[in-house]
Every structure is written in C-alpha cells, then in structure tokens.
Design a protein around this ligand. Structure first.
Ligand SMILES: Cc1cc2nc3c(=O)[nH]c(=O)nc-3n(C[C@H](O)[C@H](O)[C@H](O)COP(=O)(O)OP(=O)(O)OC[C@H]3O[C@@H](n4cnc5c(N)ncnc54)[C@H](O)[C@@H]3O)c2cc1C
Length: 350
C-alpha cells in the first residue's frame, strides 16, 4: 500500500455527496486554504441524489437547491457556461432530484480542481501520531480534523415468503414496473414522503392491491411564514396533493392501510406477494475503532475531538417554535447547519 503520510492536511472530508461538498466549500469560504483540504469518495458522483433517487420528486423547492449551489462561494457555480434545466424552473416549484444531481456533479468537478481528492473509500479512521489517520486502498492519509459525510442507506426488514423490492427500485417507476406483476399484492411499510411515492408508483405499475403498514399518521408540512411546521417529516408538493386526494380525504379502492402491529401483520402479511420497506435510513458504516460514530452530538455534529459528522448520516436536531424537535435534513439545511457549527469545529481539535 502506498504511504501518503508525508503531508499532514488540516481537514479531511470523507464523502463527496452534497454534505461533504458543502463542508469543503464552507471551509474554503471561511479562509481555509484549498491545499489544506483533502476529499475522499469512491465515485465522486455527487452522492445518492442522482444515482439512487433521481426520479423522486423533491420535497424542497428549486429555490433552496439554487441557494445551496450559489451561496457557497467556493463552489464557483457561476463558472458553468450552459444553464442547467434546474435554473429554468420556477423557483417555487419542486423538481425531480436528477435535476439537482447535474449541477452538483459540476460543483464536484470544480471542487476537485481546487482541493486534493482521492477516488477511494476510506476504510478506517483512527488517531495515530497525534493526528487522524485515514486508510484507503490508495494509501494512508493524515489530517488534523476529519468530517464524516458518508450518507445513509435504507433500513430493511424481512418476512418469510414475501420477496423484497428494494427502495431504489421502488422509487424508479420503470424499474418497478419490471419488478411487479398485475396479480401482486404488495406491502409498503412507512408513512413518509418516500412511502407515499412508492404507493403511487405501484398503482401506476398496475398491481392488484397495496397494503400500507404505518406507525404514525401522515404529517403535512405547513408554511407558517418564516418557518415550516413538519418541515423535515411532513408531506409536501405533488406528493402531498396526491396523498390528500387518494388517502386522506378518500381511500383509494386498491389501497388498504393498517397500523403496523403484530395482530395486523399476522393477519395481512400472508396476503402479500412482495414488500417494500420504506422505514428510514441508517448511516453507512465506517471503521472508527473504539469511537462510536452513532454517538455524535446532535446539536453540533461533534463525534470526538477533531472528528465531526454532517449530512444525512449525522443530521442536527432542530426545535420549531412549538417545541417539536426534528432532524434537520436537506441540502439547504445541511449548508446552514454546517455554517453554524464550523466556527466551533475550527476550534475543536485533538
Ligand atoms: C428518497 C430521498 C429523497 C430526498 N429528497 C430530498 C429533497 O427533495 N431535498 C433535499 O434537500 N434533500 C433530500 N433528501 C435528503 C438528502 O439531501 C439526500 O439524501 C442527500 O443525498 C444526502 O447527502 P449526503 O452528502 O449526506 O449523503 P450522500 O448523498 O449519500 O453522499 C455520501 C457520499 O459519501 C460517499 N461515501 C460513503 N462512504 C464512504 C467512505 N467510507 N469513504 C469515502 N466516501 C464514502 C458516497 O460514495 C457518497 O458519494 C432526500 C433523501 C432521500 C433518501
């Protein structure tokens, strides 16, 4: 293995999805030199938005995506020559996530022109000789501080005799059509934005019946002027409208809904041929020795001295004016959350 230990970076960012890119960009906006930052990702494909969830309708407006792209000055977004389709859309509209992935890929390319980048997975992080050591197949790298922005993967369940349709397939209408038969009864677990899109996709794909198991009632996001009630968990945009028309106000004849308890699962799962588990996400694993990444401080992203978490895997918790707490998820929120904690992180080393 190549030993890349000769240079000590000030900041290593693990993962170049939106949260990792924002972290590197905000560090540079705050005056950290590009040559002091190193960015790791095995794909440099702007994270999961385009590759996994491209055909999902966004739950945040075009305006917020554009603010994310333009407010981080070090992204140098103004350097693109041909406008992206995202920029042609009305700013209050929602869009398919693939429209966001394209400008993010541009930003990723731009960032790689300034900071050091290694196209590899970081397999292990640990403290060695007074700094953080990051092990990859390309070599071992040293940095004073590390930001982990590795994203999350879908949680899943298993029921004997019921074959699983993975979340990525369920959120891609054309692939889903190939994965189901007209005679199928399909269980969908969850009541989130994604679960509701999946129910619609299954009906569009022509399945016989959808049985939805949920733990809590729907929540609709409500615009309260300068803040949004249920901003992170509530249904929005086209999805909210579809759910109001087909589930909340009138029950779609091909959809049955049950609270997810043992009694209902015993009674109804045996009727299902296939199942989609839209039950949330868990952080991607990364070997950090005896430091539990999951124990991060949800108010400020600190995992350990000089080690911080951001993005979908390590969201910050926010309270609304009614005192309701939610995890703060979305590109625009990641940007604001990273900005708010960065002055602290700059001071909080090993
Ligand atoms: C279905 C769905 C819909 C969403 N809709 C919206 C929306 O409308 N608006 C919005 O703002 N947000 C939305 N989000 C939330 C969030 O903005 C996205 O999930 C976003 O992709 C999260 O960015 P991230 O950088 O945290 O993680 P990711 O996009 O997952 O990026 C993580 C990166 O880390 C890399 N990586 C992982 N492990 C390692 C490792 N060990 N070493 C090096 N690199 C590694 C991966 O290759 C990847 O590039 C949605 C999320 C989902 C799941």
């Amino acid at each position: 293995m190549k030993n890349a230990m000769s240079k000590l970076y000030k900041w290593a960012v693990v993962g170049a999805g939106p949260a990792g890119l924002a972290s590197a960009g905000i560090l540079m906006d705050l005056g950290v030199k590009a040559e002091d930052i190193i960015l790791f990702d095995p794909k440099f494909n702007a994270g999961d938005l385009g590759t996994c969830w491209g055909e999902v309708n966004s739950n945040t407006s075009v305006d917020l995506f554009l603010k994310f792209l333009t407010e981080i000055k070090s992204f140098q977004f103004e350097k693109h020559t041909t406008p992206f389709p995202l920029e042609q859309l009305p700013i209050d509209d929602f869009c398919q996530l693939k429209e966001v992935a394209k400008p993010l890929a541009f930003v990723s390319e731009q960032m790689r022109k300034s900071v050091a980048s290694v196209q590899a997975t970081v397999d292990k992080i640990e403290v060695k000789q007074g700094s953080w050591s990051l092990t990859t197949a390309e070599g071992i790298y040293q940095s004073e501080k590390v930001i982990v922005a590795t994203g999350s993967k879908p949680r899943t369940l298993h029921y004997d005799g019921v074959s699983e349709i993975d979340l990525e397939t369920a959120l891609k209408p054309e692939q889903l059509k190939e994965a189901v038969e007209n005679s199928d009864t399909v269980a969908v677990f969850g009541s989130s934005h994604s679960s509701m899109i999946i129910i619609k996709n299954l009906l569009d794909a022509g399945v016989k019946k959808v049985i939805n198991f949920y733990l809590s009632p729907h929540r609709y996001a409500v615009n309260m002027g300068d803040w949004t009630l249920y901003d992170n968990t509530g249904l929005k945009g086209k999805t909210a409208k579809w759910v109001r028309d087909n589930i909340s106000k009138h029950s779609h004849p091909q959809v049955e809904r049950y609270i997810s308890n043992d009694e209902n699962l015993n009674e109804h799962m045996s009727r299902c041929d296939k199942a989609v588990y839209a039950i949330g996400f868990k952080p991607r694993e990364l070997d950090s020795g005896d430091i539990p990444l999951a124990g991060y401080d949800k108010t400020n992203g600190i995992i350990a001295p000089g080690l911080f978490g951001v993005g979908l895997a390590y969201p910050q918790v926010k309270k609304d004016p009614f005192g309701n707490s939610e995890l703060s998820v979305g590109l625009y929120k990641f940007m604001n959350d990273i900005r708010s904690v960065m002055p602290l992180w700059l001071e909080y080393g090993l």
